[in-house]
Design a protein around this ligand. Structure first.
Ligand SMILES: Cc1cc2nc3c(=O)[nH]c(=O)nc-3n(C[C@H](O)[C@H](O)[C@H](O)COP(=O)(O)OP(=O)(O)OC[C@H]3O[C@@H](n4cnc5c(N)ncnc54)[C@H](O)[C@@H]3O)c2cc1C
Length: 445
C-alpha cells in the first residue's frame, strides 16, 4: 500500500497544475516543495509600494492561451504590453543610433524592415542547418545572403545577438540553430499589475503542499516511487507513492544534489544533457520622474555601446510610478553575477546618460534578481545547446515505466521556457498518470 497515489516534486506552475488536476480526479496527492513559498519561477515581491514580478511577467500572446484563461478565472487584472518577445516594431519603440541620437521614424522603419527581411531568410537557413549549427551560424548565413554593406549588416547582427540573449539568456554562439524555432507570439501580450503570483496561488488552493522539503533522491521501480526529502527543520522525510511527477528545473535535474535511482533512461538523460539553464536577470529602476521618451513601450540603443545595456521597457503604466525594466542577459548576466547593486546601477545609468544626458536621475528604488545563484532554479529557464533539437523538450518528458513523469517548462516543445509551457506540461503529466484525458480548465474551474 502506498502512502499517496502521486507525489509531485516542485510547487511551481507545472507541479501545481498537475497536482490540482489529479486531486480533482480523486487521487491522493502530496506536493513537496524546497522553498518556503509556492510559485517557483513565478514570484512576486510585495515589499515595496507595488507588486514586482521578479520571475515571469508576460503572457506571451493571449490568443487561445490557457494561462490567460486561468488568469481570468482567478480574477487577475492585466495590462497590454506587447513587446515581451523582443519584436522589432510590435508597438512604438524609441530607437537610438550608435552615436546616441534618436532615429527618425523613417530610419527606424528601414531598420525594422531589414530585421523582418533577415527573419524571412532565416526560416530556410535554420531548416537547412547542420545538426550542430549555432544560432550565430544561421543568422550569419541569412545576413550574408542580403548582400548589404557592413554598417547595415552590423545593426541587424546586433539585434539578432540581443534577441538570443533576451529571449533565451544565452550568447548567440551557445544557442542551437533551432533555439528560437518556437518563439512565436499569438495575439497581444499582457502583464499583471497585481502580480503573476496570483496564478500559482489560485492553482494551489486546497492542495496538500509541504514547504521546505528539499528532495534529494527519487528511487523508482515498476512498483512505485520512494522520495527522500530533507525536511527543514525536522530532518529527513521519506514519502512513498504509486507515481511521481518531477517538475524541478533542468538546473536542479542536472546537479549532483538531485539523484534518480536507478538513473534516468537514455532517452530522458540524453535530452537533459542537451538542455541547460541560462543566465538572465531583471533590473527594475524606479524614478521620481520619467526623463525618457513619452508614448513608447521601449527604448533601444544600437551600436558597440549597446553590447550589455540596449533595451529598456517603460513599466510606468503598470502602477503609475516611473519605472524602467532592463535585462542582464547571457554574458552580461554572468559578468554582473557577483557585482554589488551600486555597480550594476552605475553601469546601466552610464548607458542611459548617453541617450538622455544630465536628465538621468538616480533611481529611488532598485530591484535586481539573482536567479543564477538560486539553488532551486540555477538560472531563469532552459535553452537548447548546440546539437539540441526541439524534440529534446518532449523527449525529456518521456514517461518512465508508468511510474515516473518529468514535467516543467523545459519539457514542452511548443513554446518552452514559459509559464504556458509549465502549465501544459503539468496537464500532460496528470493525463498520463490518470491514463485518460482531462480538460486543463479543470485546474481553475
Ligand atoms: C526572470 C524570469 C523571467 C521570466 N519571464 C517570463 C515571462 O515573461 N513569461 C513567461 O511565460 N515565462 C517567463 N519566465 C519563465 C517561467 O517563469 C517559467 O517557465 C515557469 O515559471 C516554470 O515553471 P515550472 O513549474 O516548470 O518550474 P518552477 O517554477 O521552477 O517550479 C519548480 C519548483 O521546484 C522547486 N524545487 C527545486 N528543487 C527542488 C527540490 N530539490 N526539492 C523540492 N522542490 C524543488 C522549486 O523551488 C520550484 O518551486 C521567466 C522566468 C524568469 C526566472
Amino acid at each position: 500500500m502506498h502512502e499517496f497515489d502521486t507525489v509531485v516534486i516542485g510547487a511551481g506552475v507545472a507541479g501545481l497544475t498537475a497536482a490540482r488536476l489529479l486531486a480533482k480526479s480523486g487521487q491522493s496527492v502530496v506536493v513537496l516543495e524546497a522553498r518556503d513559498r509556492i510559485g517557483g519561477r513565478v514570484h512576486t515581491d510585495r515589499s515595496g509600494a507595488h507588486a514586482t514580478d521578479l520571475g515571469a511577467s508576460w503572457i506571451h500572446g493571449i490568443t487561445d492561451s490557457p494561462v490567460a484563461e486561468a488568469a481570468a478565472a482567478f480574477g487577475m487584472q492585466t495590462i497590454e504590453f506587447t513587446v515581451g518577445g523582443y519584436q522589432p516594431n510590435s508597438r512604438p519603440i524609441a530607437y537610438y543610433s550608435p552615436n546616441g541620437t534618436r532615429l527618425s521614424d523613417a530610419d527606424a522603419a528601414r531598420f525594422t524592415d531589414d530585421i523582418h527581411t533577415v527573419d524571412e531568410t532565416l526560416l530556410e537557413t535554420v531548416a537547412a542547418s547542420a545538426p550542430d549549427a549555432s544560432y550565430r551560424d544561421v543568422t550569419e548565413a541569412a545576413l550574408v545572403a542580403q548582400g548589404w554593406d557592413e554598417d547595415r549588416t552590423q545593426r541587424v547582427r546586433e539585434y539578432l545577438e540581443h534577441r538570443a540573449e533576451e529571449q533565451y539568456g544565452a550568447w548567440i554562439e551557445d544557442l542551437a540553430a533551432h533555439g528560437l524555432d518556437d518563439d512565436a507570439i499569438d495575439g497581444d501580450e499582457v502583464v499583471f499589475p497585481g502580480g503573476y503570483d496570483r496564478l500559482p496561488a489560485g492553482l494551489a488552493e486546497g492542495l496538500d503542499i509541504r514547504l521546505s522539503h528539499t528532495v534529494t533522491r527519487v528511487q523508482w521501480s515498476k512498483g512505485g516511487v520512494t522520495v527522500t526529502a530533507a525536511d527543514d527543520p525536522t530532518g529527513e522525510r521519506i514519502v512513498n507513492a504509486a507515481r511521481a511527477i518531477v517538475t524541478v528545473p533542468v538546473g536542479v535535474l542536472r546537479s549532483d544534489d538531485f539523484t534518480f535511482d536507478p538513473p534516468l533512461p537514455e532517452i530522458n538523460a540524453a535530452a537533459l544533457g542537451r538542455l541547460t539553464m541560462n543566465a538572465f536577470e531583471k533590473i527594475f529602476l524606479r524614478f521620481e520622474t520619467a526623463f525618457w521618451d513619452d508614448d513608447v513601450y521601449a527604448i533601444r540603443q544600437q551600436g558597440p555601446d549597446s553590447r550589455w545595456w540596449h533595451s529598456w521597457y517603460d513599466l510606468t503604466p503598470l502602477h503609475g510610478t516611473p519605472t524602467l525594466l532592463t535585462f542582464a542577459a547571457g554574458p552580461a548576466a554572468r559578468e554582473i553575477r557577483d557585482w554589488p547593486e551600486d555597480r550594476v546601477v552605475e553601469s546601466v545609468l552610464a548607458q542611459l546618460r548617453r541617450l538622455y544626458g544630465a536628465r538621468v536621475e538616480r533611481p529611488i528604488r532598485v530591484d535586481i534578481t539573482a536567479w543564477q545563484n538560486d539553488p532551486f532554479a540555477r538560472g531563469s529557464y532552459a535553452y537548447m545547446t548546440l546539437g539540441s533539437t526541439t524534440a529534446d523538450h518532449d523527449d525529456l518528458a518521456t514517461p518512465i515505466e508508468g511510474v515516473l513523469h518529468l514535467a516543467g517548462e523545459a519539457t514542452w516543445t511548443d513554446d518552452p521556457a514559459t509559464v504556458t509551457a509549465a502549465l501544459l506540461s503539468g496537464h500532460r503529466a496528470a493525463c498520463r498518470v490518470l491514463g485518460r484525458e482531462i480538460a486543463v480548465a479543470e485546474a481553475w474551474r
